[in-house]
Design a protein. Structure first.
Length: 245
């Protein structure tokens, strides 16, 4: 296989190195990652006439590693084009910090994977709350071996994978739905005019048993299929029946 590895934490991140090690047995690995930390960039892309991409020291046994002075989605675009390789799969991560519930709307890790799917390449995103968890490499290798060997990545959208805290091994895998949790922001005026300090707090809801939040809280790896098509089918049907008589 030809696999492109991307992320939003930057080309020097520990999660990138762990992911490369976990995937090395599956084929030819290429890395395209942002030059700097790019969390919460979602699926933003650069629309100017210029972008920087340059070779850096290869990560382990990768074929080539480049740093992109842009967003995570930029890294995906540049990697798919610049390497001039027919890629079978894009894997984004491993992000330091979970991407659960409404996090996926803002996540650069998920955004980089979605961009790959927009461009016609299957993609998987992986996140963990603590990149230094002792079982992360083992759990990553195990889940990615299963996904690749069984071709579970061949879906209409992407797979968003979240590990629980891995101070001990996970309890298993659950196929989940997107939860409701999100980070609420308060903007507090500082002593300087027009400057505000942002204070975040976690807004929790009563989650469904099928949600990624529930799986995470109970110590399971969650795999959430995410679609590119954001059409609200229920509302579409209601409006269609109202206006298309």
């Amino acid at each position: 296989m030809n696999i492109l590895i991307v992320n939003d934490d930057g080309y020097k991140s520990q999660g990138l190195k762990i992911l490369v090690q976990a995937l090395i047995a599956h084929g030819n690995l290429y890395v395209a990652a942002p030059y700097e930390q790019q969390s919460a960039r979602s699926q933003a892309i650069s629309i100017g006439s210029r972008i920087e991409a340059f070779d850096v020291d290869r990560i382990f046994a990768t074929q080539r590693t480049i740093a992109v002075n842009g967003t995570p989605a930029d890294a995906t675009r540049v990697g798919l084009k610049l390497f001039d390789v027919d890629f079978d799969l894009v894997v984004s991560g491993i992000n330091e910090g979970s991407n659960l519930g409404k996090d996926i709307l803002y996540s650069g890790t998920v955004g980089a994977a979605l961009e790959a799917k927009v461009l016609g390449v299957p993609a998987v995103a992986l996140s963990v709350p603590d990149i230094n968890d002792p079982y992360l490499f083992d759990e990553t290798s195990k889940i990615m071996d299963e996904i690749i060997e069984q071709e579970l990545y061949l879906v209409d959208g992407i797979l968003n994978i979240n590990f629980p805290s891995l101070k001990e091994r996970s309890k298993g895998v659950r196929i989940t739905t997107q939860g409701q949790r999100f980070y609420h922001a308060e903007y507090v005026r500082s002593e300087k005019p027009d400057i505000y300090h942002i204070k975040y707090s976690l807004q929790n809801y009563l989650e469904a048993e099928t949600s990624d939040i529930t799986a995470f809280d109970e110590g399971y790896i969650s795999i959430t299929p995410i679609s590119l098509n954001r059409t609200d089918q229920k509302t579409y049907t209601k409006l269609f029946n109202r206006f298309n008589k």
